[in-house]
Ligand binder design. Structure first.
Ligand code: SIN
Length: 186
């Protein structure tokens, strides 16, 4: 089952008079940059961990055989590394469609490598959305990812591209790296 969040997201923030907005990306938004941006800087947010707990019916799976993609789960003191993009507000029209399978925009502070901070937006698929799958053991998650394909391609490529981009950022994300390491064996 899925629930299209596009209309909901459009009502969440008023961008009137706003020239640019910082967006924090922690999943495919790190490596699949098919939107225009004004500035791009590695950044982190605090209090969240990245987890392959969101079902994908529209990009890396199908309604019959969903894939698994990342969302953020609250965890006190945790630090999630990703990429900050400063974008024109109009870019959210395109991003809301891309992230429509359960993701809502939330406000978040983000911190850049030089310690400066900005307020911005992040897409999170919360556990009450219809496509949320939740936790499972690592082998089961890796098996699901290894077998799923959708209009945006193989679910395995999503995982491997994310792992590669996190390595490039110098991140140590045991959840992502463990799943990527399991892929050849499942
Ligand atoms: C994100 O990348 O920030 C959201 C999740 C995704 O599209 O993979």
């Amino acid at each position: 089952m899925s629930f299209d969040t596009t209309a909901h997201n459009r009502q969440r923030f008023c961008f009137d008079g706003v020239e640019s907005v910082w967006l924090f990306g922690y999943g495919s938004l790190i490596y699949k940059v098919d939107f225009p941006y004004l500035e791009r800087r590695p950044a982190h947010i605090v209090g969240w961990v990245r987890r392959f707990w969101q079902g994908s019916h529209d990009h890396r799976g199908t309604p019959e055989a969903p894939g698994r993609v990342v969302t953020l789960i609250p965890q006190a003191g945790a630090r999630c590394l990703g990429m900050g993009y400063r974008v024109a507000p109009a870019v959210f029209e395109q991003l809301d469609v891309r992230e429509k399978n359960g993701y809502l925009r939330f406000q978040t502070p983000m911190t850049f490598a030089d310690g400066t901070r900005e307020q911005g937006l992040v897409y999170i698929a919360t556990e009450d959305n219809a496509a949320f799958l939740g936790p499972a053991d690592d082998e089961a998650i890796a098996r699901q990812i290894a077998s799923a394909h959708g209009p945006s391609g193989a679910n395995a490529d999503y995982l491997l591209n994310l792992a590669a981009s996190l390595r490039q950022l110098g991140d140590d994300d045991p959840h992502v790296f463990t799943l990527a390491g399991l892929l050849p064996a499942v």
